[in-house]
Design a binder for this molecule. Structure first.
Ligand code: DC
Length: 225
């Protein structure tokens, strides 16, 4: 039976503004927005807090069985709960950013998260952003966008975001973190970051948020059921 809900997959490199676009589309179309990166960040935070050895498969499996992730949908900010605790701000800290690519490359972690993501999109109209949404999570998504932007533009954006939150971090540290994450995300064995063959590329280096929203909406209107 053909699926009736509409799925928009937005993938791309770190700090390309995927979540910003995804959130705006969800708001405009009244879709549920899911930030899949926040889920990997939540797992990473749990691993850091509980000192999980990421080379110990049994410890990883036990930890995953004890992790429950919930979203509070369609608020302006992504609100995510880890075992009932709101960890929305904590998962954006550099300590988590520095470890998240290693944690999200672990096979057991990916299998657990992909299964949860597929459930979230089973019946609802959804916009999900991440790295492997159009390739692994929803290979049959109705619209796939692959976002990219100039690395320096990305680093400057992320730097401004963190500084605004009061984090002490240099632009060089951000450039290094982004390059490191892109490398791990693109070269890992399990569902690496890559552009789906049927994805539409959106380079937003020189685009406003409204331009990006219009770009995606145009394709949405073309494909809507
Ligand atoms: O989108 P983000 O920067 O918050 O994602 C954090 C990390 O999670 C990113 O470095 C790679 C990983 N990730 C992933 O492997 N697969 C996804 N679908 C989403 C994120």
């Amino acid at each position: 039976m053909e699926r009736e809900n509409f799925i928009i997959a937005i993938d791309g490199f770190s700090s390309c503004g995927k979540s910003t676009v995804a959130k705006a589309i969800a708001k405009r179309l009244n879709f549920v927005f899911v930030d899949s990166g926040a889920m990997y960040r939540a797992v990473t935070l749990y691993f850091l807090r509980n000192r999980i050895d990421i080379t110990d498969t049994e410890a990883i499996k036990t930890a995953l069985a004890n992790i429950h992730i919930d979203f509070i949908p369609n608020t302006d900010k992504t609100q995510i709960l880890l075992n009932g605790e709101d960890i929305s701000d904590e998962i954006r800290q550099m300590e988590v950013s520095e470890k998240v690519s290693e944690v999200s490359a672990i096979k057991e972690v990916r299998h657990a998260m992909v299964a949860q993501q597929q459930q979230l999109g089973a019946r609802r109209d959804i916009v999900m952003d991440g790295r492997d949404i159009g390739t692994t999570v929803f290979p049959d998504a109705d619209l796939k966008i692959f976002m990219t932007a100039d690395p320096l533009v990305r680093a400057n954006r992320r730097h401004a975001e963190l500084v605004a939150k009061g984090e002490q971090v240099t632009l060089d540290e951000i450039i290094e973190n982004l390059a490191h994450r892109d490398h791990i995300d693109s070269t890992r064995e399990e569902s690496p970051l890559r552009q789906a063959e049927d994805a539409i590329v959106l380079d937003n280096s020189n685009l406003t948020q409204d331009d990006q929203l219009d770009f995606v909406l145009e394709y949405f209107n073309e494909r809507k059921k």
